[in-house]
Design a protein around this ligand. Structure first.
Ligand SMILES: Nc1ncnc2c1ncn2[C@@H]1O[C@H](COP(=O)(O)OP(=O)(O)O)[C@@H](O)[C@H]1O
Ligand SMILES: [Mg+2]
Length: 491
């Protein structure tokens, strides 16, 4: 039972504005508290009118919102009133707002409680200070486990404790209703609620998360596929233990997150994918661009939902790629107020979160980032990712040529190629440009009907000069900035 809602109800707070997408779960929770208080509960929806709870809604009385509020005002005894749809209606009708105010007054005198549920419906201004706004947190593992046992019992399936825990953990971040739909589908397709059903649960969850917008599960990469960046890789490898039970037992904090700033195409995004692989955690990408598009007012709520979801799924890596894009929008937009507040709340969240949601943010540019973002304490570390030096380039060549050799079944490829030579020829090139040269060279070789060799790759290099040569100035500015503020990712 979410303690805060229970507390508000037991304190008989007269008007509670309950923000949730889970109507049924809200009813169940309120009925639980009501039983302990010994109070009757009545529900109201636009379609069913007023009806007794618990139990399925039956066709009741008082269809209009003002009629039901008049009834509540005239009702002399203590009761809990759970009014769905009324938040939306109050938004649009001032007489409903007024009636809600009156009902709250009367409820206070009688010890009654009026709960208005809504999904992200903002509290009308005239009710501010009168209503307690409460957002119902997503179900916890225990809630999911309980529901799964109920479903299994209904399906006559015997459920093992370990399977129940594993399956319920996989549904964290979903509502009970969404989880229930997954169980129904698994049962219909002959599943027995064992860990063999985990892939289906995770696939369903990935779909639901994607459809809810702004968050997406991304398949992790391997750390071995990241060339160079030794200091960064060492740091990430050391931090892995922070998620262990021993670290918990010693009261060590979870890592908060890192910011990777640096030259485009040098492995920032690749590293983000690899951390999740290294730590064996799911990788959730937050789509900042998408979050900023569309109706700005909705963005605030969406960001909050996305962070909430990530916390439920934790431990996880929350990847915020090219975060500067969000701030570019922040400057040009007329609604700067909302966006500034939004990122303020994101920073506060990062500062205060106690869940193992590790934020991995990347940025190609720093000019657009507000200074408070870079202040110490927000991130555990800020790493600067520079162009690779010769030794790192050799490493990157090796990784991409080995991948090529595997893909083409050409086992002798690396024996024909001098990595140090290529490293020397590719000064100023980024990892992405090296990767592209390998592919380009392979096409060249295929066209010529020859086995891929250093000359093909070298020709590809010569044909496309590195970006760093074109943007030498901005590269220097970035390096100068990083000088005192960021740690080198490679040394
Ligand atoms: N350090 C590296 N090691 C191996 N491959 C790299 C490296 N840096 C870049 N690449 C290649 O370039 C691609 C793009 O790199 P990416 O990580 O997206 O760069 P960034 O996010 O820094 O702009 C990668 O998918 C990979 O193929
Ligand atoms: Mg990137």
């Amino acid at each position: 039972m979410p303690a805060e809602l229970d507390l508000l109800l037991r304190a008989r707070y007269p008007l509670i504005w309950l923000d949730t997408a889970e109507e049924q779960r809200a009813i169940d929770l309120i009925c639980q508290t009501a039983t302990r208080l010994g109070d009757p509960v009545c529900g109201w929806t636009m379609t069913h009118g007023l009806h007794d709870l618990p139990g399925p809604p039956k066709r009741g009385s008082h269809d209009s919102p003002t009629a039901v509020l008049a009834h509540i005002i005239g009702h002399e005894r203590r009761a809990l009133w759970v009014l769905h749809d009324l938040g939306e209606l109050a938004q649009r009708h001032e007489d409903v707002q007024r009636a809600l105010r009156d009902a709250a007054q009367v409820a206070r005198q009688r010890g009654a409680v009026v709960v208005v549920t809504g999904n992200g419906t903002p509290l009308p201004r005239c009710l501010q200070g009168i209503a307690a706004v409460h957002r119902l947190a997503l179900p916890e593992r225990g809630d999911q486990v309980r529901q799964l046992y109920q479903v299994a019992a209904q399906c006559n399936v015997e459920l093992g404790a370990e399977d129940a825990r594993a399956l319920a953990t996989a549904t964290l971040g979903l509502t009970l209703e969404q989880a229930e739909n997954i169980w129904a589908r698994i049962h219909a397709s002959g599943g027995r609620f064992t860990d063999g059903d985990l892939p289906q649960v995770l696939a369903e969850k990935a779909r639901i998360v994607r459809e809810s917008g702004f968050l997406e599960f991304v398949p992790p990469a391997r750390l071995a596929d990241v060339g160079g960046l030794q200091a960064l890789k060492a740091w990430l490898t050391r931090r892995r233990i922070a998620f262990s039970d021993q670290a918990r037992a010693q009261g060590l904090p979870y890592p908060r997150g890192v910011l990777l700033v640096g030259v485009q195409g040098c492995g920032k995004s690749l590293t983000a994918k690899a951390v999740a692989g290294l730590w064996g955690q799911p990788l959730l990408r937050l789509d900042v661009g998408g979050l900023m598009e569309g109706y700005v007012g909705a963005s605030e709520g969406n960001l909050r939902l996305a962070l909430d979801l990530a916390e439920r799924i934790a431990p996880c890596v929350l990847w915020v790629d090219e975060i500067e894009k969000a701030f570019t929008g922040l400057r040009s937009s007329n609604d700067g107020g909302v966006l500034t507040r939004m990122f303020g709340s994101m920073l506060t969240w990062m500062q205060e979160k106690t869940t193992p949601t590790f934020v991995l943010a990347t940025a190609n540019q720093i000019d657009a980032l507000p200074p408070e973002f870079l202040r110490k304490g927000r991130f555990d570390e800020i790493f600067f990712v520079d162009l690779p030096d010769a030794a790192q380039r050799a490493d990157i060549w090796r990784i991409h040529l080995e991948a090529r050799a595997r893909a083409s079944g050409d086992a002798a490829l690396l024996r024909r190629i001098d990595l140090q030579g290529l490293a020397a020829q590719s000064e100023g090139y980024s990892g992405a440009e090296i990767a592209a040269a390998v592919v380009e060279g392979a096409f060249d070789a295929l066209t010529a009907g020859e086995p891929l060799g250093a000359p093909h790759v070298a020709r590809a290099l010569a044909a496309s000069p590195p970006l760093s040569r074109l943007h030498a100035e901005s590269l220097e500015a970035l390096r100068a900035w990083a000088g005192g503020r960021a740690r080198s990712a490679s040394k």
